[in-house]
Design a protein around this ligand. Structure first.
Ligand SMILES: [Ca+2]
Ligand SMILES: [Ca+2]
Ligand SMILES: [Ca+2]
Ligand SMILES: [Ca+2]
Length: 376
């Protein structure tokens, strides 16, 4: 089966051998695909984000020579199985100081009917951004807008304060769905490892102040650029862009995992040569349903400059690795029923949910009798 020959067996299998514990849900990436001409043009398209309902994609578009303002664009689709409709422009995304105006953020939320996962809380009541026009603590700072209900007006942009922001630039972020954990990149911050690093701040409830930010440490950060953190739906994988040595050229997408939400992040690994290229590959963004990894790249095969690309994420359903999904795999699930065996915890797609149950049988049934080439 040609499609299966193209499946990239990567990362998670490698990652599961790095730690003592197996990955919770093993999966593979499909071959990276360009999002096509409704999204990509000869100009630069960068930094994709998917709304919580999986029906809108936001991105920014810049001139080929990066002159003028980068603009905010949105494309939508009827269902998540449909192609993206023609993208529409919403106007300048940032001014020449890199400031993201509240007005464009509000317009984006209104047009999409929701918020991009990672940019705001799942309940739609908090929306985060970075900017430097409001006179923060230096360079760019992280800000939040809040509203009482999804129908209420947004309040003003509020600086997240000195436990989060530094005198240097604090920007590309990921807010957890519950709004209690914030990952972000900070430039040359004291205690870092060089250039930008990924930092974290937490709070006990939405009403508590943010804790003093801490560096994610040398298992994640490097002496080079480390930024655009993006967390998987189960909270156990962190994707990010990095320019560190050991990649395939310019920036690459890297990944780190943790065995549970309370475990430390393990050593980051590169997504591999079948995913990353000799040019820029970064701004990873997992769709809220966990089915797709979106990213930015200026690799060959696009429409010019930077384009938005995607790769599907598929569970490994040939549990015993004999080349076909069949009754033997189903028996393995039944044998492990009610346990947390990560091998059989393949559903819901693609991350599993910590228990072997009917969700896993459903995922397996969707792939029954598929022939799967052996993992090398
Ligand atoms: Ca382009
Ligand atoms: Ca700052
Ligand atoms: Ca760094
Ligand atoms: Ca690269």
């Amino acid at each position: 089966m040609n499609s299966n020959k193209n499946i990239l067996i990567l990362t998670i299998i490698a990652i599961s051998t790095l730690g003592n514990q197996q990955a919770k849900a093993d999966f593979v990436f499909g071959e990276p695909e360009n999002l096509g001409p409704t999204i990509n043009t000869a100009m630069h398209e960068i930094d994709p984000g998917i709304s919580w309902d999986n029906l809108s994609i936001s991105f920014q578009r810049g001139q080929p020579d990066w002159s003028g303002f980068v603009e905010a664009w949105i494309a939508q689709r009827t269902t998540k199985y449909d192609p993206w409709n023609d993208a529409v422009g919403l106007g300048p995304w940032e001014d020449n100081q890199g400031a993201h105006d509240a007005a464009i953020l509000k317009a984006m939320v209104e047009t999409m009917g929701g918020i991009v996962r990672g940019w705001g809380t799942a309940d739609g009541l908090e929306l985060y951004t970075w900017q430097d026009k409001l006179g923060g603590y230096g360079g760019q700072d992280l800000f939040v807008m809040k509203r009482e209900t999804v129908d209420a007006n947004w309040g003003p942009l509020l600086n997240l304060g000195t436990t989060v922001n530094s005198s240097n630039s604090d920007y590309s972020f990921f807010i957890s769905p519950d709004g209690l954990t914030l990952y972000f990149a900070s430039y040359e911050r004291s205690g870092g490892y060089g250039r930008t690093d990924i930092w974290i701040t937490t709070r006990a409830t939405r009403l508590n102040p943010w804790s003093t930010s801490t560096n994610l440490g040398p298992s994640v950060n490097s002496s080079s650029w480390d930024y655009y953190p993006n967390i998987s739906p189960d909270g156990l994988l962190l994707f990010f862009g990095s320019g560190r040595p050991g990649g395939f050229g310019d920036t690459d997408i890297w990944i780190t995992r943790r065995a549970s939400l309370s475990d430390p992040w393990e050593d980051a690994v590169n997504l591999g040569s079948m995913f990353n290229t000799s040019v820029d590959d970064d701004t990873p963004h997992i769709s809220p349903d966990g089915s797709t990894l979106y990213f930015t790249s200026n690799r060959p095969g696009g429409y010019g400059g930077y384009d938005i690309w995607k790769a599907s994420i598929k569970p490994i359903v040939d549990l015993n690795g004999d080349g076909i999904v069949d009754a033997q795999d189903m028996c393995m699930i039944v044998d492990d029923w009610g346990t947390d065996d990560p091998l059989c915890d393949i559903g819901p797609m693609p991350w599993g949910d910590g228990i072997v149950d009917v969700e896993d049988l459903i995922v397996l049934a969707e792939h029954l009798f598929e022939e799967i080439p052996p993992v090398e």
